[in-house]
Design a protein around this ligand. Structure first.
Ligand SMILES: [Zn+2]
Length: 266
């Protein structure tokens, strides 16, 4: 059994803007980002508990917002709302989702090693506690509201393979395949260097005309253009997929790793 992570309780008072006291039957765990990189999590806690909960207006309208948990840049986990009650974070999923707001760092809003470890520990433990499946029941805010409404948490939405890795890490911790000490932060800029996976090629050369894509998938809708035989591209990341893996190019586009189409240059 996975132990409960250390949690600092900062209970929000009952109020109509963030803690209405309605019952929550948990079916999903939704992760969020606080919206601005390098803002400490305790400030988010204070905003919910000391500002929003007292009635806070933006453009003349009351803000309704809260979160069950907030994870700080140093990995501290705060809890504001009991998991038996609904919060206001995930729109239509408030009825069935526990919400976790997570502080982010850097231009791309990735996670510090301490934050990532706490995210995995908390989500894995919540799945154990609530009888949920880490691979299917941990979701993003965007999974609920769609990309046009909000990219949240922005790093995970823009790097879906990292979200998959995160869920795998939660699953592996919950099932005892890994321990807390060997959680590796897959969102770290150093991840490829530090991980045991084979090194990335510096570039690839196209052997046979092949599509490059807006997203790391092979759907028709993600086609962005055609890479011509002989073209050379710089590689910045590897996207691990259930079927064929893809490389992320410096341009931000994705291309297959299938050796029929490309040749790797190290
Ligand atoms: Zn959100």
């Amino acid at each position: 059994m996975l132990s409960k992570p250390k949690i600092i309780e900062k209970w929000q008072k009952r109020n109509r803007f963030g803690r209405p006291g309605t019952t929550l039957i948990t079916k999903k765990i939704a992760i969020h980002y606080t919206g601005q990189a390098d803002v400490e999590g305790w400030q988010t806690v204070s905003y919910f508990n000391n500002v929003v909960a007292n009635g806070y207006k933006v453009n003349g309208k009351y803000v309704y917002a809260s979160s069950h948990y907030v994870i700080d840049l140093d990995g501290t986990i705060f809890q504001l709302i009991p998991t038996s009650e609904q919060c206001y974070a995930t729109n239509s999923a408030n009825k069935y989702a526990i919400a976790i707001e997570v502080a982010t760092t850097g231009e791309d809003n990735h996670y510090t090693d301490e934050t990532y470890k706490s995210m995995v520990h908390l989500c894995a433990w919540l799945c154990q506690y609530k009888g949920l499946d880490c691979k299917t029941d941990i979701i993003t805010h965007t999974d609920v509201v769609g990309k046009a409404y909000k990219l949240c948490p922005i790093y995970m939405v823009k790097n879906p393979h990292k979200m998959t890795q995160f869920k795998t890490d939660c699953h592996n911790l919950k099932s005892g395949k890994i321990t807390l000490d060997n959680i590796i932060n897959c969102t770290s800029p150093d991840y490829i260097k530090n991980s045991s996976t084979s090194p990335l090629p510096k570039m690839i050369k196209v052997k046979k005309d092949v599509n490059y894509r807006k997203y790391p998938d092979f759907k028709t809708s993600s086609i962005a253009g055609v890479a011509k035989a002989g073209d050379i591209f710089t590689i910045v990341d590897l996207v691990e997929r259930n079927d064929t893996n893809m490389y992320k190019l410096k341009s931000g586009y994705y291309i297959t790793t299938n050796k029929t189409y490309i040749e790797e240059i190290y």
